[in-house]
Design a protein around this ligand. Sequence first.
Ligand code: GBH
Length: 493
Amino acid sequence: MVRAGGTLLGPMKNLTRRRFGKTLAGAAAAVAAGASLPRIALAQLAKAGLLRFPDNFVWGCSTAAYQVEGAVNEDGRKPSVWDTFSHTPGKTFQGETGDVADDSYHLYKEDVKLLKNLGVGGYRFSISWSRVFPDGTGQPNEKGLAYYQRVVDELLKNNIAPYITLFHWDLPQALPGGWQSRDTSKAFADYAAYIAKHLSDRVGHFFTINEFTCFTDLGYKTGRFAPGLKLPDGEVNQIRHNAVLAHGLAVEAIRANGKSGTQVGLAENATVYVPVIEDQKQIEAARRATREENAPFLTALMEGKYTDGYLQREGANAPKVEAGDMKIIGNPLDFVGLNVYTPEYVRADSSAAGYIVEKRQTSYPRMASDWLYIGPEVIYWAVRNVSDIWRPKALYITENGCSADDVVTANGRIEDTDRVMYLRNHLTHLHRAASESYPIKGYFLWSLMDNYEWADGYSKRFGLHYVDFKTQTRTPKLSAEWYREVVSRNAVE
Ligand code: GBH
């Protein structure tokens, strides 16, 4: 197996030396205090279990505009497809909408305080396109931009670096044809240029797009998400193409309009394939599956082409590609962001593809969302597969976290030990990737606080902070205390 740069031994050696020094100091202090040496020395040795992350590792939290902001009619914002969809009867859990959500449009200073209390160094949030360009294109709305300037200022005042997602599914309703139109890709690039021009003096990292499959396939094929259409495969593939084209055009627009050195990438929930058994054949099968099954999105961006397998599988339904498109789509990135939640398992086999994806048994464990199967090794294989296939310069985990059936106890606490279990295990596996020298630079936990969980409304809670949606009170859960400890130690244990 080829590693993505550096050696395995380098960082491990340093780590061990640092830990050893600490252990000696601790044992010496214990002796001075008159404690029994063998016992204390043993206790100190247990510190060898400390899994420290690299220096300058960015710890953060993520949110998205429509899930937290509310204030949907304020200061010139016009509707996005999610306003329309959530207000359409039968589309979301109990008809719930993001009209108010966490009211972060007004309470953002409080939210920054939550981040500050966690001690994190980064906040990943998204911009509502239709706040800044109410019609998607044409005249910008200065009041919309001003809100994000206030948020950025507040973060910087608190030494928290802003990481901005330009598109987290809330497409301006006014854009004719939505993602069915190639013009939308161009409109996105113009919007990206405007944001880069106005915010890159203070924002160093931009994500073009969050999770392609959720607004293409779920929006236009299954109809589960906005705009709720069920189109035939050929049209869906064209929509997917418009979406990756939008990403590529935005990368160019940010580079042309942003401060030099601005870092550009995306936040993608690539489907992650875990080998069923750790032998070379299965590991290769997992790599092959990762490349082939993500062909319309991450593979296209990383390689500047659609795989032969994808084009063959889709046949006459394959996307129509104009000259120059693939080069734009394949614009080199400064980093890849991965939203990691749930694994798929693959096994090598003798089919033409060389792998098959395992079916899941009914007993496979999951969290509070039906789709959220628990397999903490997913985060290690996400980093490893993507790195081994494409060698990105840098990687961030741009989302990871879980829903849990949180309850408030009589004394007002939220003891979400299941969420702590989920997070601790994922970070342990992420540490493995870091210690093997994969270029993993940061981790953004989904989510800072409970929020509007799309079609599931407010019925699923992903936050480190419990939100009472009647009073907008935010209460740290046990997992928030736990995360603060991880951040302050830059380690899990
Ligand atoms: C992320 O998606 C999103 O970026 C974020 O906005 C969201 O709040 C968070 O995860 C938690 O869900 O309803 O059966 O069609 C994670 C990937 C893909 C998981 C779509 C849910 C819908 C399954 N998501 N999927 S279904």
